[in-house]
Design a protein around this ligand. Structure first.
Ligand code: HAX
Length: 388
């Protein structure tokens, strides 16, 4: 191996650190830089934020933006795959209502797999993407007990409109809901290869488990409070603040730090500026709901928190992250229960994780695919003594 090929000298300091920073593979769909955040197939996310989710699905699977013709083709493909081939509703109706929505999402994905699996990586990934809007709509309705008069799915509608139509919330601005959820999906579809849910999904798929089993496992990883569930915690945090007065917000932030609690929505493991996905959502909020109470709170937080966090030199990035604004926007359009928010993250990620699974299973190593994951664990000294 040449010097250039040595990516990292492994030492015992790398052990028991959750593979932090250890290179394990290459990613064809996205990468994250400290200043511009996530890029999908080379495009910085800010250039993609206004695209339709269907076009970004095309990008992640084909590594190029679609032409107008290809854009029509991906929509037609998703339409053709949209219909759920069996009785998903009965399964969801049997689930405990007080189970977490992420557990419902995982069971829902498993159920879709039991209703139909083709065992072709791409077909299964695309079928799942096409069926997610209906699953998401049913998940909300059935948990809320709104099981009567569920509108029929319209496979010709856009992915987001299919969710909005199935959900069929009364007294909400459906056009605004579509706009906010579309942007949310595009911003959350992918985030490099090593985040826990993506890594988990690819690891499970490396055993040749199905796309559905792999994705259900990925969703279980995403459900943790240190990963996707941070967006739920973020809005809960904003609701606790309850005021947009800068002085009171600053006092609240300082009290949280004093109590050794995180200031949610700020900080990042990789980024060293405000996450561009947060910047996009702030601009969207300014356009669609500048006077919303929660939006006003996060606008004040954005001014106050980086200054206060910046006083601690240990904090590498005191700026806003992606989770600061998404909850306030979802709340504004009538999705007021934060326990559901990670399901939107999961819905979006099905596209990126699906594309990465297809790449690892059918493209890497000249089409042979990545072998089954098998990192090495070293026996602890104590265990060795016992064997002796
Ligand atoms: N509030 C309080 N303390 C913070 C902080 C914040 N917003 N950001 C960093 N810190 C602390 C860390 O806990 C760490 O403390 P210790 O040395 O005592 O462990 C120290 O500052 C240095 O941290 P860091 O190197 O700057 O950042 P990390 O990579 O360790 O952590 C986190 C990144 C996102 C986990 C962190 O910034 C945090 O807890 N933020 C608040 C929670 C949050 O918003 N999570 C969503 C993240 C967005 C995301 O990636 N979603 O998927």
């Amino acid at each position: 191996m040449s010097d250039e090929e040595v990516l990292l000298e492994l030492t015992s300091n790398h052990l028991n650190t959750g593979l932090r920073g250890v290179p394990v593979g290459t990613c064809r769909t996205s990468f994250v830089t400290p200043t511009e955040g996530v890029h999908y197939c080379g495009y910085p996310i800010t250039e993609l934020a206004t695209f339709a989710p269907e076009d970004i699905v095309y990008l992640l699977f084909n590594k190029e933006l679609p032409t107008p013709e290809q854009s029509k083709e991906i929509r037609a493909e998703l339409t053709a795959r949209a219909t759920v081939p069996g009785d998903l509703e009965s399964i969801l109706k049997a689930l405990p209502r007080d189970g977490h929505p992420m557990d419902w999402l995982s069971v829902g994905i498993h159920t879709l797999g039991m209703l139909e699996t083709t065992n072709d990586w791409r077909s299964d990934a695309m079928n799942l993407i096409a069926r997610m809007p209906r699953l998401m709509g049913l998940l909300f309705r059935i948990r809320e007990g709104r099981t009567e008069n569920i509108p029929a799915d319209d496979p010709n509608a856009s992915m987001v409109d299919r969710f909005v139509n199935t959900l069929d919330l009364q007294g909400v601005d459906k056009a605004k809901m579509t706009q906010i959820i579309s942007t949310y999906l595009v911003l959350h579809m992918d985030h490099g290869g090593g985040n826990l849910s993506t890594f988990t999904g690819k690891a499970i798929a490396s055993s040749h488990a199905t796309v559905y089993s792999s994705m259900a496992g990925a969703m279980n990883a995403l459900s943790g409070p240190l990963h996707g569930r941070a967006n739920q915690s973020c809005l809960e945090f904003v609701l606790r603040i309850g005021t947009s007065d800068p002085k009171e917000v600053e006092a609240f932030v300082r009290a949280e730090l004093e109590a050794k609690r995180p200031v949610f929505g700020f900080g990042h493991a990789v980024l060293r500026t405000e996450d561009p996905r947060a910047t996009v959502q702030f601009a969207l909020g300014q356009q669609v709901c500048p006077d919303d109470e929660n939006f006003k709170i996060i606008r004040t937080l954005r001014e106050v928190a980086p200054r206060v966090l910046g006083e601690n030199p240990k904090i590498s990035n005191p700026n806003a992250n992606v989770d600061i604004a998404s909850g306030a926007l979802l709340h504004h359009i009538g999705l007021t229960d934060p326990t559901y928010y990670t399901t939107f993250f999961g819905w979006a990620r099905v596209a990126g994780i699906g594309a990465q699974i297809v790449d690892e299973r059918s493209v890497m190593r000249n089409g042979k695919g990545t072998p089954i994951y098998r990192p090495k664990y070293i026996a602890e000294q104590q265990t060795l003594r016992h064997i002796e």
